[in-house]
Design a protein around this ligand. Sequence first.
Ligand SMILES: Cc1ncc(COP(=O)(O)O)c(C=O)c1O
Length: 417
Amino acid sequence: MNFSANDQSLEFAQKKDSDDPLRNFRESFCFPQSESSEGPILYFAGHSLGLMPKKAPEYIQEECEAWAKFGVEGHFKSRHPWVSYHETLTEQMANLVGAKNSEVVVMNTLTVNLHLMMVSFYRPTAKRFKILIEPNSFPSDQYAVDSQAKFHGFDPKEAIVELAPRQGEECMRESDILDKIDELGDELALVMLGNVNYLTGQRYNFKSISEKAHEKGAMAGFNLAHGAGNLLLELHDWEVDFAVWCSYKYLNSGPGGLAGCFVHERHHKDPNIPRFEGWWGHDKKRRFLMEREFKSIGNAEAWQLSNPPIFQLASLRASMDLFEKATMKALRKKGDELTSYLQFLLKEKCHVVTPDDRGSMLCLKIEEGSKKLLESLKSKGVIFDFREPDIFRVTPAPIYNSFQDVYHLAQIFEEVL
Ligand SMILES: Cc1ncc(COP(=O)(O)O)c(C=O)c1O
């Protein structure tokens, strides 16, 4: 999106807000109270923990009441029976990530799902044992791949190959990722990248990466922690083997909220794909027969282990209902405008690390005056985050942020820098 010098005014931001078809969604969220500043809170940390939907306590309360009223029978008698509560999220989640309903399940937390997926899709042999990861991958992802390699008897120093941008560059070139996959060839077992890199905001092209990984005989799995609820995704059509994501960032499910998991349908009934199993993955019609032998549900739900935490599912449902109403397409359109506007207002003031192919998050590198800026932003009621030594991450979330929020944030940068 292009902006002109005239657009740097409060009037412009106000006009954009009044024309915004999604403007009322802001009212559906609780904004934190300001402790130190005189003005309102400016919340730009949706990439870390999304705001609470006002309806979340109501959705949770409904299940508390069902528990009080029915006790154990709430599993079947609650308005949303707990035994199938997670299914109320399946279609919304599948639409959100571009999957078939059968390919998606909400369960566990992100790192747990990543391990479960690697149990199935990282099956190294003496020759093919390497995992390709992105530069600056999130520490939990690094610990997960390292420990999987060790679990299979490999030295992570040999098994884990980390991509690196070219000298003097901050982000990866797509052609370099594809070349690396080519180079690793039949030693490569798994490509495991993020969706949007957590430290640069760079988005990766799943389609071409999956295609190239498959061409070389490797699996392709992705971590959508910074993509689900942020970007338009087509996991099924892009042929990715698996994907995992958390829901407490863009999807506003609350601290420690449940995670999503995608398994492409071609793997659901493949007897060569091993899996860790539990009773919640067992054929639903037969689950309570308590049979000795496991009979798979036959879709992504087969990867479920335990009966899920209903209160966490309830808070996620409160947010997913809003996403369904808003639609990802409209959110992405507004998200692009909001982030482009922020970039336009900040571009003279600091170095933007994030390339154009991105979601809503903008990563800013500020070496000089970063400590002063940190203090000022905090004292003026801006909530965002900072990653040592010099990266400020700010995200205007289209479901609750406004153009005026962006304008006010840029004003603070202007004053301090
Ligand atoms: C990219 C990425 N991977 C993994 C995690 C860890 O998530 P969890 O604590 O839900 O396992 C996070 C959390 O922020 C993340 O951003």
